[in-house]
Write a protein of this length. Structure first.
Length: 404
């Protein structure tokens, strides 16, 4: 039965009715944790870490030297089987999960509340100054189920030499301020397009930038992807499409990368991790690629991962010790990130298990409406109607659950 409910949760058809107890769990029916009434017996002799990538040997080895009494086991698995592993008889102690996946599990009562003692992560997890942790909470907001391991800001990457050659501002903050005005953004696209350069790869770029960091739904039952900025972005997308201002190449294949190397695509909107990709894709111009904050005065993240601790773990203190150690080891890298200066500008977000399906519907409807020649207001209305009608049953279940 538990496995059935986990599958339902992942599909966002029914939300976590009866899904919080792994078979054979030592915790009682209430499943209280953070050293609560039904706390599993603790021995802290072994920490099992689940992640989708190879073991971070520098971190694990240094932890082993400092804590020789604690064994560390690293479990590498695809993220699409994480729920199966969490539902097993012996779930891992620490889960390193993609930030985008938190929405899929935040209705599940299977993780420690890291805001409570002994963790108190809201005050002790200092690697992300000013960052609001709303998106790392349980669906009802009552528990902090994750703390960020990294939080790469979505940024604008641009070819400084090419923009400078046409008289555009190229200092990072000057360019970001320039691109806060949607008319300037479009004018730049048209001017550079005439010279064989593109700053849009898809017609949807303005809409996706505007939606960065924006929730789909709110706890108050209000749809969130509407309003003046979204309308302005939708109008921009219509202009980009009608005027042929998008290069329309897949940057993840060789044709797209060749366009980057040739100076055809000269602006991209990606997470800060893309800085390394551009060095790989376009090594000849690596020094000319710079980055700044997103256009339109938008702030949000793209990618990254977080730490979670299973509430059924028998090594909670050791798990928290490992997380703190990992953050200390990675502090120099985190402090080097450009996006760090923007953390306090990221708006709070409410993420839900329905977001993944909502995005699929929203994305398809955008292009359907754009192809049909709909106005900006109609595009946004079409998206809202399609998303809320497609997920009406699930939304009703989710909101009723929150009201219980």
């Amino acid at each position: 039965m538990r496995r059935y409910w986990l599958s339902m949760l992942l599909a966002a058809v029914l939300l976590f009715s009866g899904c919080d107890m792994p078979p054979g769990s030592p915790a009682g029916e209430e499943g209280k944790s953070a050293y609560g009434d039904a706390e599993p017996a603790q021995d802290n002799r072994k920490v099992r870490i689940l992640a989708s990538y190879d073991e971070q040997k520098q971190v694990t080895d240094s932890f082993r030297r400092l804590h020789p009494e604690t064994e560390v086991e690293w479990i590498k698995a695809r993220s699409d089987v994480f729920l199966d592993i969490l539902a097993s008889e012996n779930p891992p102690d620490i889960i390193i999960m993609d930030n985008g996946m938190i929405a899929e599990v935040n209705a599940m009562d299977v993780f420690e509340d890291l805001s409570r003692p002994p963790y108190e992560a809201e005050t002790r997890h200092a690697g992300f100054p000013g960052l609001k942790l709303d998106g790392f909470r349980s669906l009802d907001g009552s528990r902090l189920i994750a703390v960020p391991k990294d939080f790469p800001m979505a940024l604008t990457f641009y070819r400084e030499d090419i923009l400078a050659g046409y008289g555009y501002p190229v200092e990072p903050e000057a360019l970001a301020a320039y691109l806060e005005d949607p008319r300037r953004w479009l004018d730049m696209a048209a001017g550079l397009r005439a010279a064989g350069h593109w700053i849009f790869n898809t017609p949807g770029d303005p809409v996706y930038v505007a939606a960065t960091g924006r929730s789909f739904f709110g706890p108050d039952r209000q749809y969130q992807r509407s309003g003046p900025m979204m309308a302005e972005a939708a109008e921009m997308a219509r202009t980009v499409e009608k005027s042929g201002l998008a290069r329309k190449l897949n940057i993840w294949d060789e044709n797209g990368r060749e366009a980057i190397r040739k100076g055809e695509i000269v602006m991209l909107y990606m997470g800060e991790w893309a800085a390394n990709l551009l060095k790989e894709w376009d090594p000849e111009h690596a020094a000319q690629w710079r980055m700044t904050r997103l256009p339109l005065g938008v702030y949000g993240s793209q990618g990254g991962a977080s730490f979670l601790i299973s509430k059924y773990s028998r090594s909670k203190q050791a798990s928290w010790d490992y997380i703190q150690h990992s953050m200390k080891e990675e502090a120099p890298y985190l402090e080097s990130l450009k996006g760090r200066e923007y953390y306090d500008r990221v708006p709070p977000a409410w993420v839900t298990p329905l977001d993944s399906r909502a995005h699929e519907v929203w994305d398809k409807q955008f292009y359907d409406s754009l192809a049909a020649g709909r106005t900006a207001a109609e595009i946004l209305s079409d998206q809202e109607i399609k998303v809320t009608s497609t997920l009406s049953k699930e939304l009703q279940i989710m909101y009723e659950m929150l009201e219980e």
